[in-house]
Design a protein around this ligand. Structure first.
Ligand SMILES: CC(C)[C@H](C(=O)O)[C@@H](O)C(=O)O
Ligand code: SF4
Length: 473
């Protein structure tokens, strides 16, 4: 009998084109290459310098997301660096024959939101992008990973890339969430990173398993896979099932008709075999999970909303480097150990980013917001992940719910997830954010970020401080 394999191993084996020597790197075939304006200019320059073409423009898709303003698109972009990056991507796509969803396209959006939306992201494939959160696409049972600019050039030129085989790591979420509206996929993944640390997944591909994963929508699975990278992993994935197939059916670039049915048969065979062995594994009790809030400057510095900001010793558990990092984080975040999380007051709220800006995220947040008012001390904004999400949300009247409550309702893009566009925090401002990184200065120099779920962010906007949304939902 053939050896039992994990889904990752099945995808890997079916994509190895060449391996020089046992244990060495393999040349992998790449099925989809997604491109954005930040990490592609030098790669295209490299092609031009070496007089090379793009090997498979038909498998390469580009969008503009990091630098785009989220205000009216008809106005010129003031920032010169942003304007140049955007123009350069458009020129490169034209020159090399690549499909581009530009700033004015109804399909524009954050690269990790539009890939799945357009049916470009399908199970069993290898997907790369010059962006760390490419792990998002793993939610479909794809091997999806972020690559550097020199690799972007290699993939553009050859549709392959060299890679050492990552190790397998099973993350088993056992039990079920008690309150499915208040305790979300975001809380599951923040709790995971809090448990394994930001380097816990180093060199691994995480496979998320268990009934708490199976019952999640595709949007929620994407939220979890998105943050795999924050736990240090190379990628994260979920085996495809009926939820996956239903999501993909009829999407623009997905297989259609009989081809789709045949694909589904193949995709079903991708699940991890019964006796397959993982290099590592961890089990997480989902039933006891509370909403999570980050207090520090990396995504592992997290506590439950009903807890207090920890003391450095308590956080570090004897590790001196961790203790020092916690001391510095508390100073940067202007927080005192022992402060209850629900006493932390906020200036800004950001609902957006490739972690939490899909339709379901906005629907969930709107339930909290409906009929309430944003605290007068808070400036809050919602930035849909794509133009399609924005249009669908407006059809449901979500824009009105948010605007009536005092939220700003913006055009799609990365926005305040990172300060590459005009949406930034002022120094010292404190923000509840549905994004994935809380590094120093991430949302603007001197800005202070707390990572939370969309419902937690929405409730924080209303109260002007963190609240335990389990009391509201
Ligand atoms: C700009 C890009 C290279 C970067 C990434 O790779 O993740 C960005 O998307 C981020 O989230 O920090
Ligand atoms: S939304 Fe944030 S994390 Fe996602 S690609 Fe954009 S900058 Fe990176």
């Amino acid at each position: 009998m053939a050896q039992a394999r994990t889904i990752f191993e099945k995808i890997w084996d079916s994509h190895v084109v060449h391996q020089e020597k046992e244990g060495g790197p393999s040349l992998l075939y790449i099925d989809r290459h997604l491109v954005h304006e930040v990490t592609s200019p030098q790669a295209f320059d490299g092609l031009r310098m070496n007089r090379r073409r793009v090997r498979r423009p038909d498998l390469t898709y580009a969008t503009m997301d990091h630098n785009v303003p989220t205000t009216a698109r008809s106005l010129p972009i003031v920032d010169q660096i942003s304007a140049t990056q955007i123009r350069t991507l458009a020129d490169n796509c034209r020159e090399f024959g690549i499909t581009l969803f530009d700033m004015h396209s109804p399909d524009q959006g954050i690269v990790h939101v539009i890939g799945p939306e357009l049916g470009l992201t399908i199970p069993g494939t290898t997907i790369v992008c010059g962006d760390s959160h490419t792990s998002t696409h793993g939610a479909f049972g794809a091997f999806a990973l972020g690559i550097g600019t020199s690799e972007v050039e290699h993939v553009l030129a050859t549709q392959t890339m060299w890679m050492d085989k990552p190790k397998t790591f099973a993350v088993n979420f056992v039990g079920r969430r008690k309150n499915k509206h208040a305790v979300t996929a975001k809380d599951m993944v923040l709790y995971l990173i809090r448990t394994i640390g930001t380097a816990g997944g180093t060199g691994s591909v995480l496979e998320y398993r268990g009934e708490a994963i199976s019952e999640l929508s595709m949007e929620n699975r994407m939220t979890i896979c998105n943050m795999s990278i924050e736990g240090g992993a190379r990628a994260g994935l979920v085996a495809p099932d009926e939820t996956t197939f239903d999501y993909i059916r009829d999407r623009r670039y997905a297989p259609k008709g009989e081809q789709f049915e045949r694909a589904v048969e193949y995709w079903k065979g991708l699940r991890t075999d019964e006796n397959a062995k993982f290099y590592r594994s961890i089990t997480i009790d989902t039933a006891s999970l509370a909403p999570q809030v980050s207090w520090g400057t990396n995504p592992g510095m997290v506590v439950s909303v009903n807890e207090s900001v920890p003391a450095p010793d308590e956080f570090a558990k004897g590790n001196e480097n961790e203790r020092k990092a916690a001391v510095r984080a508390l100073e940067y975040m202007a927080l005192e150990s022992g402060t209850p999380v629900t006493d932390i007051k906020l200036d800004r709220v950001f609902i957006g980013s490739c972690t939490n800006s899909r339709l379901e995220d906005l629907v969930e947040a709107s339930v909290v917001v409906k009929g309430r008012r944003v605290s007068p001390r808070v400036r809050a904004m919602v930035v849909p992940g794509s133009q399609q999400v924005k249009a669908a949300a407006e059809k449901l009247g979500l824009d009105k719910i948010f605007k009536d409550a005092g939220f700003e309702w913006r055009e799609s893009g990365c926005s305040m997830c990172l300060g590459m566009n005009p949406d930034i925090l002022a120094p010292g401002e404190r923000c509840a954010s549905t994004s994935n990184r809380n590094f120093e200065g991430r949302q603007g120099a001197g800005g202070r970020t707390h990572l939370v779920s969309p419902v937690m962010a929405a409730a924080a906007a209303i109260e002007g401080r963190f609240v335990d949304v389990r009391e509201w939902l």
